[in-house]
Design a protein around this ligand. Structure first.
Ligand code: ZN
Length: 115
C-alpha cells in the first residue's frame, strides 16, 4: 500500500484526492501527521474521538481537582496537592515530583481529544 493510499484511508478521501490536497499545501501537515501510527491531529474533522474538557481529562488521568475549573489539583503520582494547571497553555505540572505535561496528551491516552 502506498503512502497516498494510507493517507486516503485515514483522511476518508479518494486516493486521487490526496495528491491534490498535498499540492494545494493546505493539508500537507495534516496528511504527514495522519501517517504517524496512532496519531491524529487535535482539531480535524476526521478526528472522531470524543471531546472532553480539561477537568474531565485531568480526572480521567487520576488527578483530584481541589476546585472545579480551578488551577490546583492533587497529584496521582506523589499525592501532593501542588499540581499547577494552566488553562491557557493547557498544561499541568507537579512542583513536588516535577511530573507534568500537556493535558491533550492525557486526553489522548484515554482515547479522547481535548475540546
Ligand atoms: Zn507529584
Amino acid at each position: 500500500m502506498s503512502a497516498a493510499q494510507k493517507a486516503a484511508l485515514r483522511l476518508h478521501v479518494r486516493t486521487d484526492e490526496v495528491g491534490r490536497l498535498l499540492r494545494s499545501g493546505k493539508l500537507a501537515g495534516a496528511v504527514a501527521a495522519s501517517l504517524r501510527p496512532g496519531a491524529a491531529p487535535a482539531y480535524c474533522y476526521w478526528d472522531k474521538r470524543p471531546k472532553i474538557g480539561i477537568d474531565a481529562a485531568l480526572e480521567g488521568a487520576g488527578y483530584e481537582l481541589l476546585v472545579k475549573g480551578g488551577n490546583k489539583a492533587k497529584c496521582p503520582v506523589c499525592g501532593h496537592t501542588a499540581v499547577n494547571i494552566d488553562h491557557k497553555k493547557r498544561v499541568c505540572f507537579c512542583f513536588k515530583c516535577e511530573k507534568g505535561g500537556h493535558i491533550g496528551s492525557l486526553a489522548s491516552q484515554q482515547g479522547k481529544r481535548l475540546a
